[in-house]
Design a protein. Structure first.
Length: 308
């Protein structure tokens, strides 16, 4: 058997503890050799305050997975690539498209893997939805992505700051699914976003898009309490397809709903291992392009101040 990839996990916050650590623990292709975090550590794993200290102290490190906020992640990824390490990026992969383009060029020159991961694409219903839609005439798509910022990002001030994405942090998950299952490119026509007083990133947004001749709408809300909504509906000449609960449940016309256990991050790490083994990269920026276009074209509306 091939020896496991010695990996360093950078950023030990909620997403790392909820998803990355369990996925790595269940994948024998990886050996969690070290972690780097300013304020956290992992029991029985070598811990360091930052990626520079980690790389300096663990000379046989082969890869890193970056779970830090997108603003500032470029420098971490560039450091890892320069050290000859393979890099996996949590979504959104970076704060800007220019940063991803630069990282892709650096990874190519250094001959290491760069993987822009989109975990919602690995939800159980996404691949079969893409397959079912491939030969259908699509007439419309509606995205409803509403969740509670206080529940999923408690006290995380960065998410409403410059480069924090605001409601587009969860909303980009929906866009990652849409750009994966639609046979034709997704293009933005118009958008508006609601930004709280004193903040830089929105709590609500709506997008009007198109894919071929199909109209695509998206409504994002970061203030929904109670049951959370992560739904996508697609109208076709064969009836309506519905993905719910973030893509984990697939409903096709005339069929019982299909549901499977959450394996999103396990699939991401399996893909990362395949890329490293093959000496390839997977850099897809289409969801980020739509968000960037929304910030470029969107009308900004002010709303009352928000506090966690």
């Amino acid at each position: 058997m091939t020896a496991p990839i010695r990996l360093g996990l950078v950023g030990i916050g909620k997403i790392a503890r909820d998803q990355h650590l369990p996925a790595l623990a269940g994948d024998e292709r990886f050996d969690l050799a070290a972690v780097a975090s300013r304020n956290a550590s992992v029991e029985r794993v070598a811990s360091f305050p930052d990626i520079d200290a980690m790389i300096a102290a663990v000379p046989d490190l082969q890869a890193v997975s970056l779970c830090t906020p997108p603003d500032g992640r470029y420098e971490q990824a560039a450091t890892a690539i320069a050290a000859g390490l393979h890099v996996m990026l949590e979504k959104p992969p970076a704060a800007t498209l220019s940063e991803i383009a630069a990282l892709e060029a650096q990874a190519r020159a250094r001959q290491v893997t760069l993987f822009t991961s989109w975990h919602s694409r690995e939800a159980a219903g996404v691949a079969p939805a893409r397959e079912w839609l491939a030969d259908k005439q699509i007439t419309a798509m509606r995205i409803h992505w509403r969740e509670d910022i206080r529940r999923w990002h408690p006290g995380q001030e960065w998410i409403l700051g410059p480069g924090g994405f605001g409601v587009f942090d969860p909303g980009i998950n929906a866009l990652s699914i849409a750009t994966r299952i639609l046979p034709e490119p997704l293009l933005l026509d118009s958008a508006w976003m609601e930004v709280p007083e004193g903040r830089a990133s929105p709590l609500r947004a709506e997008l009007a898009m198109r894919s071929g001749t199909a109209e695509v709408s998206a409504a994002f809300d970061f203030l929904q309490t109670g049951p959370q909504t992560w739904d996508i509906e697609v109208d076709t000449d064969a009836g309506m397809l519905r993905l719910s609960m973030g893509g984990s449940i697939l409903e096709l016309p005339g069929a019982e709903p299909q549901k499977a256990p959450d394996r999103e991050y396990a699939r991401l790490y399996a893909r990362f291992a395949e890329l490293v083994s093959a000496g390839e990269s997977d850099v897809d920026v289409r969801p980020l392009q739509i968000v960037a276009d929304a910030f470029l074209l969107g009308e900004r509306r002010s709303s009352e101040a928000f506090a966690f």
